[in-house]
Design a protein around this ligand. Structure first.
Ligand code: AMP
Length: 321
C-alpha cells in the first residue's frame, strides 16, 4: 500500500487567525494519520507584495513555531525558500507558460486593479505555485474556489511540458476539500476573517484572552433582540450565525443561550479555551528556537531529497546540462 502524499503551503502575509486554525491547521493536523504530509511556509509567495524584510522574517519565524504548536509535528515542515528547487522549477515552467494565460488569472486581475503598478512576481506567482505542486508529484490538490484556477494552470502546464518534452510530471487533479469551517470577520461578517483584515474583526492565534474578549464583545450582531434572536440565519443574521459557528467549532454549545451578551461570553470562553494550549505550546517552543530551527532544517533536507530528482528530470528534458 502506498501512503498518500499531501502538500499544503501557508503564506506568511500576516498573523495566522482563528480562521486559519479552524479552516486549515486543524484539518491539516487530522490529515497526518496515515499520510505523508509536507506542510510549507511559502515565503517566496509573500514577496509578491511589498513588505519590510524584518516583518517578513518575523512572520516566518512566528508561523514556523505556530505550525509546530498546532500539532503538525508528524509532518515534513519546511520553508519554501530553503528548498531551491521551487524557484528553479518555477523558472522552467515560466518557459512553458504564456502571458495570455497568466493575464487571465482572476486573483491577478483583482489585485492589479487596486494599484497602478504591481510586482512582476504577482503576475508569475501561479507558475511558482504550479512548481510547488509538481515538484512533490502531488496527485490530488484539494482547494477552495479561490485557488481552483491556479491548480488548473498547474495541470495545463504539466500537460504542456509533458507533451513538449516528455513525461516528467504527474498531472494533478483538482479535488473538492471536505466542507470545513468558514470563519467570518467579526466586524464585517460578509467578509472572510483574513490575515490581512482590519484588526478589530480578526482573532489572531496569539491574541491574549483579554484581547479576544474585547474583539468578541464588539462583534457585529444585529438590532433584533426579541425571543429567538440567537439563531442561525446566514442571510438575515450573518454576525450571529458566525458567532454560533465559532462557538460550535471550538467545542461549545448554544443550548439555553437567548441573549447576545450570553452568546458572546460563551464564544469568548470557548475561543480562549481553544487557543490556550496552542499559546502555551507556542511559548515553550519560542523558548527553544534551536529545536524549531532543527525541525525545519530536517524538513528542508527531506524536501530537497524528494524534489531534486523531479527538478533534474525537468532540466534534462528541456536540454539543460
Ligand atoms: P489564507 O490565510 O487565505 O492564505 O489561507 C490559508 C488557509 O487557511 C487556507 O486553507 C484557507 O482556506 C484557510 N482559511 C483562511 N481564512 C479562513 C477563514 N476565515 N475560515 C476558514 N478557513 C480559512
Amino acid at each position: 500500500m502506498t501512503t498518500t502524499r499531501r502538500l499544503s503551503l501557508l503564506t506568511p502575509s500576516g498573523r495566522l487567525t482563528l480562521g486559519n486554525l479552524l479552516g486549515a491547521l486543524r484539518p491539516m493536523a487530522a490529515a497526518q494519520d496515515g499520510a505523508d504530509c509536507f506542510y510549507g511556509i511559502s515565503d517566496l509567495h509573500a514577496l509578491t507584495t511589498p513588505r519590510a524584510p524584518d516583518t517578513l522574517r518575523a512572520a516566518v519565524r512566528e508561523q514556523a513555531t505556530l505550525l509546530l504548536a498546532a500539532g503538525l509535528d508528524r509532518s515534513t515542515l519546511f520553508v519554501q525558500s530553503q528548498v531551491p528547487a521551487h524557484a528553479q522549477l518555477g523558472y522552467l515552467l515560466e518557459c512553458v507558460a504564456t502571458t495570455g494565460e497568466l493575464g487571465r488569472m482572476i486573483q491577478f486581475k483583482e489585485k492589479a486593479r487596486q494599484g497602478a503598478s504591481v510586482r512582476a512576481s504577482l503576475f508569475t506567482y501561479p507558475v511558482l505555485m504550479a512548481a510547488d505542486i509538481l515538484l512533490y508529484r502531488t496527485e490530488q490538490v484539494p482547494v477552495g474556489d479561490d485557488q481552483r484556477q491556479h491548480v488548473e494552470l498547474a495541470r495545463d502546464l504539466a500537460l504542456r511540458f509533458n507533451g513538449t518534452y516528455g513525461p516528467v510530471f504527474t498531472v494533478p487533479e483538482v479535488t473538492v476539500p471536505p466542507a470545513g469551517a468558514r470563519v467570518m470577520d467579526l466586524a464585517d461578517p460578509a467578509r472572510k476573517m483574513s490575515k490581512s483584515g482590519a484588526d478589530a474583526g480578526v482573532i489572531a492565534l496569539l491574541d491574549p484572552p483579554d484581547v479576544v474578549r474585547r474583539k468578541v464583545a464588539r462583534a457585529v450582531t444585529d438590532s433584533d433582540t426579541g425571543a429567538g434572536a440567537v439563531r442561525r440565519d446566514r442571510d438575515a443574521k450573518p454576525g450571529v450565525t458566525n458567532l454560533l459557528e465559532i462557538l460550535e467549532a471550538c467545542g461549545g454549545s448554544a443550548d439555553g443561550i437567548t441573549t447576545y451578551g450570553a452568546l458572546k461570553k460563551a464564544v469568548t470562553d470557548a475561543v480562549v479555551a481553544e487557543l490556550e494550549p496552542l499559546q502555551q505550546r507556542y511559548a515553550e517552543l519560542s523558548a527553544d528556537p534551536a529545536h524549531v530551527a532543527a525541525v525545519y532544517a530536517e524538513g528542508a533536507r527531506r524536501c530537497r531529497e524528494v524534489t531534486e530528482p523531479v527538478l533534474a528530470a525537468a532540466q534534462a528534458a528541456v536540454g539543460l546540462g
